[in-house]
Every structure is written in structure tokens, then in C-alpha cells.
Design a protein around this ligand. Structure first.
Ligand code: 6R9
Length: 652
């Protein structure tokens, strides 16, 4: 495949020799993790402080009808004690959290582990005072402010289960989630500043709780201080309640398999599912992957640009880094405010060593030109990461050359809300990177490539199929909140005995893995199967293209045709000539079978607020079936859909 660059980027010997894991160590540890999973994970679980040690490591059944997943089951621990208390003696005065506000003129905050301890204990005591106890659910609907981390950790301190709802979700979506987990309390802020604009969080909560939830209390963090509507008896200011309680709160002893959090995520069908993660296995896995994937070393400044409303924020802003005693940066804003250099300014300002972001952000910034990056001193950067979707080689190369200046390994981490932590990624000191490849399984992870229709295992290299995982790892989700049946049906019914990821993948001639996208995004054109991601990758490789999304649509002769939505780089004009140029380009990049049938100029693509393109909507428009688009309320900007419908290409 021409879009699968054949160039590889081995780690420098200098990097490898200082890394936690080099090539030899990876092979050795990976083999050990499969040969003796119990021994391997018992050893890794020593990263965590246990109150009562476990005697059983793993108790797992993947068989449909009986799915049951338990790790370290009889051990007890507390997550907040692991993320805070155990660091106090050695690093109480070290910064735990750097807070960088939306407005660059507002000063950053440096919160030490000692201060974090006091704040979390206070919030835990406030939760107790408001009637929240072990096992109760608390919904968090917060901006990216330190109080979001305090609230998460305060829940874990008393054994309450948090469910974070991304602050960009609508009141309806929030209400459904409060209802779904039967929450006792919502923690929110008055307003959320983001990209220079304000979201009225408390108003949204009021609207969400308006009718059905007249016993749900609300704890409100003052962020802007602008006026809000108050529900007497039910609403409480965090800063007022905090004054009434002690800054010490003993951590609750929790079972390893007690639920830690619920996080709602969308699947291909139905309402969002409440993904349940538990305590001991999740924390072990988050801590280990954070340290090894990013080659995190003591004293490093680490920044993940995700939002705590997504799993990436859970595992790689809060739990993994804090369990490792790291300094983790929380950024309230967006990459393009006040301008497209914000990410790089923040890296320079706080001397960030590991930087972890999403391809969609990189493509947007790449489209703005290099000057925004080049104006900043990025010499502190050591490791770069990406997550969330396949990264196209152009964005990868730009990240490598312009941001990383050719000296920072890029870890392309493939994982899911369901997996709790990275399942496949290159390790920066071990693997020769290939732009766009997720490369190798993490320790203990046994990927299998299956024939989609028969479910037969496809052995050998140079093969492609659906990606399943043959055995459990400690960070795996345990169930769908309140619906274990749905858990089994979604992940264990299609391919018996395996965890089905919903993704397709290719194992190349070297045995390295490439994620080809969700298997529902595979299209079949004249009997040739191809990943829509491949066509997209080819399109965005063109210098005039900023973003592209490709879907199949019914085609009388070919079965499916290729429908491309293309966003051009700033300053480029759409034209029929350019359409033809892109067609020719894709034919050159992939081959005539991938020649786009229809190309629609898209000023914007319908994306979820986490940046994922909603292909369901694009497929419907491409099918000329736009009357039943379904729920578009979770889109970052629902208005882009109207333009796409109006200018659709397939009006037949
Ligand atoms: C962590 C996260 C999961 C889905 C997953 C896959 C896609 C994530 C990727 C990737 C290619 C990567 N995905 N990382 N595809 N390369 N490095 O994103 O969780 O929001 O649950 O999404 O995202 O399709 O199945 P989540």
C-alpha cells in the first residue's frame, strides 16, 4: 500500500538505553506475560499499595453466557490513597497537578501532592455530609479544572462510584446518564470557559434535573462567579461546604472488584452503555501503561490533552499519572485559542516532556501551517503520543518532523473505553515505528485476527481481519452497568470465546499491527474490501486537503461506491478540476479500485465532542436517506449537517 509508508523509525540507542523497556526487554517481558499471566500480573500489582494482599490473581471466563472477569479479587485497596497518600512522605511538596486555564492571561496553578491530599479529603468529607456513601453514584459534569480531579479522587476515597459526563453534552444527555446510574449527587461548576466562550453548566444541570430528579443534590464549583439559578435546599457551593469540614478523611477499604467508575460510551446500536471499571486491576493497568508507554520517569512533566469526560482523561490524566507520582497537566482550553500555537506555548511554558493528543487536533493544527509550532521552544519534549483514531501518515510525519523535530518517538496507542488502558502501541525505546501502525500488543495482551464471517483464526503475517483479544488483562471492563446481558451480547457473542473489539486490523509482513478502523466502516467495492480509513488517508495526503471522511453508498454496478466528504485547507477553493485531481490522486495512492465516485466539499464534518467523525450520519446523507438521521444532539456543531444535506451529491 503506498499510503502505508515503508520507512521505519527505530529508537535512537541513546533513547533505548535510558528507557524502561528496550527491544530485548519487550520480547522477554511479553513472552513471560503470556507464559505465566498469574505470575506476571502478581508482580505488576506490586506497583499498587494493597491494604490486604490478594491471594488469587485471575479468575476469568470469556464463554458467552458465563462471562465473568475478576482480578486480584480478594485483595483490598483504596485508589485515592494510591494516587495521593503514599506519595506524601517522598513527594509531598512536588507538583501533582499543573492547571493551565483557558485564558492564557490567567495564572497557571501548581497543586502539590500535599495540597491535593487536603482538597480531596475536604471534598470527600463534603460528599459524606451530603449523604453520599460507599457504592453510591455521583455524576461529574465539570470543566477541565483541578476540582474535576478532586471530585474523582474524593469519590474513590469514600468508595462512591463516579460517572463523568463530558461538559459538552446537552442537558438531555446529562439527564439520561444521571438516570441511567441512579445518581445521588451531581458535581458541576457555575460556568465552563472554553476557547473564549462560556458554557452554562449549572443551567444545563438545572434543565437536566428539572422534572424527574427532585432529590438529586448538586455541588457547585465557582469557576466564573457569573450569576446562576439556584435550587434552594438542593444546591451547595463547594467553597462554602469546604469550610465546614476537616481536611483529613480516612480512605475507605475497597475490594479489588468493587466498581471504581462508570463511563457512558456509544456503540453501533442503541443507547450509550455504562462501561464499568473496577478498582485493583484498573489501577494496576493504568499505572503500568502510563509508565511504560510514555517512558515516564520520575520528575517528568506529562501532558495529556484529553478531557476527563473521556476514558483517556480518566486513565492518562488522573489515575495512571497520579498513581505513579507524576506531575500531570490539566488544560481547560482548546488547541486553537487564542490561536493555533496554544498547545505549543503550553509545552514551552511548563517544559512538557510527554505530550499526548488526538490525530484530529494534529490535522487541524497542521492545516494552519508550521509557523505556530516553530515560534515555540519545544526542546523539553521527549515522547509524543496519539489516541482515538487511526493517524494518517501525513499527520504522523508532521507530528514527527515539525513538533518532535525528528527526535521524539511517537506512540500510536490503540485502546478503547472498554479496555481501560492501552492494548496495542509501540513502546518508545523498543520498537522501530511505522507511521500509522499501532505496532505491538502491550504485555499480557493476546490479539487474534479472525476471519469476519467464519470467526476462524487467521494465522501468519500479511493478513487482515477482525481484531479480537483472546484473554483478559487487568484493565478490562467488567460489565455494562445494570445490564450484564448486554455486555455479553456486545463483546462476546459474535466471536465465541474472545473479546470482540469492533475494530478491524492488519498484521503486516513483519507481524506488526495496523488498526484499519471500525469493522462497520469497511466498504466493499466491486468485491474489493477496503477500509474507509485508507481512502481518507490517501485524500488527506493531498496538499490541498485538510480532512476527509469516506463512506460507502449503494452503487448499481459496484455494490458499493466510494463517497468522500472533503474539507480543504484554509485558502483552497473547491472546483471540478480539483475534484478530478483528487480522484487521480487517490487512484495513484491506492489504485483504481479506490477511485472516489462522489466527492462532496464539506466546510465541516459532523464530529462528536471528542472529535470522532459520526459516520452514521455521513452514511445516511451519502445514501440520500437524510430524513432519518437519528440523534445529532451529541455533535460538537449540529449545523454542519444541514450544509452537508443541502449539497449532497447523491440526489438520485
Ligand atoms: C481511547 C479511545 C475507541 C475506538 C477504537 C478504535 C478507535 C482509538 C486508536 C483508534 C486507531 C488508534 N481508536 N485509538 N484507532 N488507532 N491509536 O479512543 O476510546 O473513545 O472508546 O474509542 O477508537 O476504533 O475502537 P474510545
Amino acid at each position: 500500500m503506498p499510503t502505508m509508508s515503508s520507512k521505519t523509525y527505530p529508537p535512537s540507542s541513546e533513547f533505548s538505553s535510558g528507557a524502561h523497556v528496550d527491544a530485548g526487554r519487550y520480547e522477554e517481558m511479553y513472552a513471560a506475560s503470556l507464559a505465566d499471566p498469574e505470575g506476571f500480573w502478581a508482580e505488576q500489582a506490586k506497583r499498587i499499595d494493597w491494604i490486604k494482599p490478594f491471594t488469587r490473581v485471575k479468575d476469568v471466563d470469556f464463554s458467552f453466557g458465563n462471562v465473568s472477569i475478576k482480578w486480584f479479587e480478594d485483595g483490598t485497596l483504596n485508589v485515592s490513597a494510591n494516587c495521593i497518600d503514599r506519595h506524601l512522605a517522598t513527594r509531598g511538596d512536588q507538583t501533582a497537578i499543573i492547571f493551565e486555564p483557558d485564558d492564557p492571561n490567567e495564572p497557571a496553578q501548581h497543586i502539590t501532592y500535599k495540597e491535593l491530599h487536603a482538597q480531596v479529603c475536604k471534598m470527600a468529607n463534603v460528599l459524606k455530609a451530603l449523604g453520599v456513601g460507599k457504592g453510591d453514584r455521583v455524576v461529574l459534569y465539570l470543566p477541565m479544572i483541578p476540582e474535576a480531579a478532586y471530585a474523582m479522587l474524593a469519590c474513590t476515597r469514600i468508595g462512591a462510584i463516579h460517572s463523568i459526563v463530558f461538559a459538552g453534552f446537552s442537558p438531555d444527555a446529562l439527564g439520561a446518564r444521571v438516570n441511567g446510574c441512579d445518581a445521588k449527587l451531581v458535581i458541576t461548576a457555575d460556568h465552563a470557559p472554553r476557547g473564549g466562550r462560556i458554557t452554562k453548566l449549572k443551567d444545563n444541570v438545572n434543565q437536566a434535573l428539572l422534572n424527574d430528579f427532585d432529590e438529586v443534590k448538586c455541588l457547585v464549583v465557582k469557576r466564573t462567579g457569573d450569576p446562576i439559578a439556584w435550587r434552594n435546599e438542593l444546591d451547595f457551593w463547594w467553597h462554602e461546604e469546604a469550610e465546614k469540614v476537616s481536611d483529613d478523611c480516612p480512605p475507605e477499604e475497597m475490594g479489588a472488584e468493587d466498581p471504581l467508575f462508570i463511563l457512558y460510551t456509544s456503540g453501533s446500536t442503541g443507547q450509550p452503555k455504562g462501561v464499568v471499571h473496577t478498582t485493583g486491576g484498573y489501577l494496576t493497568y493504568a499505572a503500568m501503561t502510563h509508565e511504560i508507554t510514555f517512558d515516564y520517569h520520575d520528575g517528568d512533566i506529562y501532558w495529556c490533552t484529553a478531557d476527563v469526560g473521556w476514558v483517556t482523561g480518566h486513565s492518562y490524566i488522573v489515575y495512571g499519572p497520579l498513581a505513579n507520582g507524576a506531575t500531570t497537566l490539566m488544560f481547560e482550553g482548546v488547541p486553537t485559542y487564542p490561536d493555533a500555537s496554544r498547545f505549543w506555548q503550553v509545552c514551552e511554558k511548563h517544559k512538557v516532556n510527554q505530550f499526548y493528543t488526538a490525530p484530529t487536533a494534529l490535522r487541524a493544527l497542521m492545516g494552519q501551517g508550521n509557523s505556530f509550532v516553530e515560534a515555540c521552544d519545544l526542546s523539553s519534549l521527549k515522547v509524543l503520543g496519539t489516541v482515538g483514531e487511526p493517524i494518517n501518515p501525513e499527520a504522523w510525519n508532521w507530528y514527527n518532523e515539525v513538533v518532535g523535530q525528528g527526535r521524539c518517538p511517537i506512540v500510536d496507542t490503540w485502546w478503547q473505553t472498554e479496555t481501560g488502558g492501552h492494548l496495542m502501541t509501540p513502546l518508545p525505546g523498543a520498537h522501530a515505528l511505522k507511521p500509522g501502525a499501532a505496532m505491538k500488543p502491550f504485555f499480557g495482551v493476546k490479539p487474534v485476527v479472525l476471519e469476519p464471517a467464519s470467526g476462524e483464526i487467521i494465522e501468519g503475517n500479511g493478513v487482515e481481519g477482525v481484531l479480537c483479544i483472546a484473554d483478559s488483562w487487568p484493565g478490562q471492563m467488567r460489565t455494562v452497568w445494570g445490564d450484564h446481558e448486554r455486555f455479553m451480547k456486545t463483546y462476546f457473542a459474535d466471536y465465541k470465546g474472545y473479546y470482540f473489539t469492533g475494530d478491524g486490523c492488519r498484521r503486516d509482513e513483519d507481524g506488526d499491527y495496523w488498526i484499519t478502523g471500525r469493522v462497520d466502516d469497511v466498504i466493499n467495492v466491486s468485491g474489493h474490501r477496503m477500509g474507509t480509513a485508507e481512502v481518507e488517508s490517501a485524500l488527506v495526503a493531498h496538499s490541498k486537503v485538510s480532512e476527509a471522511a469516506v463512506v460507502g453508498y449503494p452503487h448499481a454496478i459496484k455494490g458499493q461506491g466510494i463517497y468522500c466528504y472533503v474539507t480543504l485547507m484554509a485558502g483552497e477553493e473547491p472546483s471540478d478540476e480539483l475534484r478530478q485531481e483528487l480522484r487521480t490522486w487517490v487512484r495513484q495512492e491506492i489504485g483504481p479500485i479506490a477511485s472516489p465516485d462522489l466527492i462532496q466539499w464539506a466546510p465541516g464534518l459532523p464530529k462528536t465532542r471528542s472529535g470522532k467523525i459520526m459516520r452514521r450520519i455521513l452514511r445516511k446523507i451519502a445514501e440520500n436517506d437524510y430524513a432519518t438521521l437519528g440523534d445529532t444532539s451529541t455533535l460538537a456543531d449540529p449545523s454542519v449537517v444541514d450544509d452537508l444535506i443541502e449539497n449532497r451529491m447523491n440526489k438520485a
